[in-house]
Design a protein around this ligand. Structure first.
Ligand SMILES: Cc1ncc(COP(=O)(O)O)c(C=O)c1O
Length: 397
């Protein structure tokens, strides 16, 4: 029999990955995956951009590239991030193979087996699995409507055994959909200062806001670059261009960049040059801004369609966020409800979602579920939500 490493034995296939098989069945309406709308990808624009590239750039697209990323993309992306106020000059940018790789490189950089890592409860499953694969001891800190509960963060920080990392997704959280308040971010900064705990600020969805007035709330902690905290800012092309590009980034202090670059060399040497060339051309053409503006409007429509369907069909004991951006609506059912059982009934009816325990650092709490509205038309949403509402009523009364 094979003998596997301890680290790999700790990994479990996530419910999301397993559900992908189900979600791709044509007869099921899937609210499960965190996938952008297939119908919205800028296929034609990208085709045109590629065919207009000069021969040398097209050849470079097929070639290996430098580990930190193609210089041209590093330059154009720096401009894109600088416009959000991010400190690109005093930090360094590393292009990664999806921002999932950024999380994984940071996990390897900071975590030894058994180290305490603080995460939000609930938390993005990809982050949980990156930290688990470094054998972290995960501690979930609950979030409320404004962000991490600071008193509980304080308790964790004061514990004798120092935490090695704090991971947060403050902008249209996956799965809870929440947007941190400005005040909560300020409290978080004050609490972290002096703790010597690096902060991973995951900003995969911040560009997908539905309301102009939220822009101030979307200002990254990294853009404040608070004294005495190593903020590791991660982002991605996945939700603003396409996950098939497998391109993300981290903006981090020089010393952290150096370690992550070394680990990346052993992971994949470089991220795909082909898609780096395309992303670079997309930014330089200026099309990225108008494209994102267009998808924002479309996602806003889909989110409204889902909220309208939930208002019409859900029993009043189910609570949920009305999304202000991003991809997700997070439902909280009465204590003791089992979202996995509800899901089994919903699947028979023809709709699927993700049960909450997938996002629980302890893998237990299951009276919650995540709905994603982005890869469905308003018509599919109107058809699928009543199926889920009926499954909830059947089990929860
Ligand atoms: C919060 C968050 N961070 C990071 C990622 C990883 O995305 P990618 O590796 O495609 O950049 C996702 C994907 O769903 C996400 O939801």
């Amino acid at each position: 029999m094979q003998r596997f490493s301890k680290a790999v034995s700790l990994l479990r296939s996530s419910e999301i990955r397993d559900l992908m098989t189900l979600a791709s069945r044509p007869d099921i309406i899937s609210f499960a995956g965190g996938m952008p709308g297939n119908d919205l990808f800028p296929v034609q624009e990208i085709e045109e951009l590629f065919s207009n590239l000069d021969e040398k750039t097209k050849q470079a697209a097929f070639q290996y590239g430098p580990t930190p990323g193609l210089p041209s993309l590093l330059e154009s992306l720096s401009g894109f991030l600088e416009r959000k106020g991010l400190p690109v000059k005093s930090n360094r940018l590393l292009i990664t193979t999806g921002s999932q790789q950024a999380l994984s490189l940071l996990a390897k950089t900071f975590i030894d087996p058994g180290d305490r890592v603080l995460v939000e409860q609930p938390c993005f499953i990809g982050a949980l699995s990156a930290f688990r694969s470094s054998e972290a001891a995960l501690h979930g800190i609950p979030v409320d409507r404004e962000g991490l509960v600071i008193d509980l963060l304080n308790e964790e920080i004061r514990k004798k055994e120092r935490a090695r990392l704090l991971y947060i997704t403050p902008y249209f959280h996956n799965p809870a959909g929440l947007l941190y308040s400005k005040e909560r971010k300020a409290e978080l900064i004050r609490t972290l200062q002096g703790s010597n705990i690096p902060l991973i600020e995951d900003d995969a969805y911040g560009d997908l806001y539905f309301h102009e007035e939220d822009r101030e709330r979307l200002q990254p902690i990294k853009s404040i670059d608070p004294e005495d905290i190593d903020v590791c800012y991660t982002g991605s092309f996945s939700k603003i261009l396409g996950p098939g590009l497998r391109l993300g980034w981290m903006l981090v202090p020089e010393a952290i960049h150096e370690k992550c670059e070394l680990i990346k060399q052993s992971a994949d040497a470089c991220s795909p040059s082909f898609t780096q060339v395309l992303a670079d051309a997309f930014i330089r053409s200026g099309k990225i801004d108008s494209y994102i503006a267009g998808v924002r409007q479309e996602y806003k429509k889909r989110a409204s369609a889902m909220v309208a369907a939930l208002k019409e069909h859900l029993p009043s004991y189910v609570h949920y966020n009305e999304p202000r951006g991003g991809f997700y609506i997070w439902l909280t059912l009465p204590e003791g409800s089992d979202a996995t059982e509800i899901m089994k009934i919903a699947v028979k009816g023809g709709a699927v979602f993700v049960a909450g325990k997938t996002f629980d650092p302890e893998g237990k709490k299951n009276n919650t579920l995540r709905l994603s509205y982005c890869n469905n038309t308003p018509e599919q949403i109107a058809e699928g939500i009543p199926i889920i509402a009926a499954a909830i009523r059947l089990l929860c009364g």
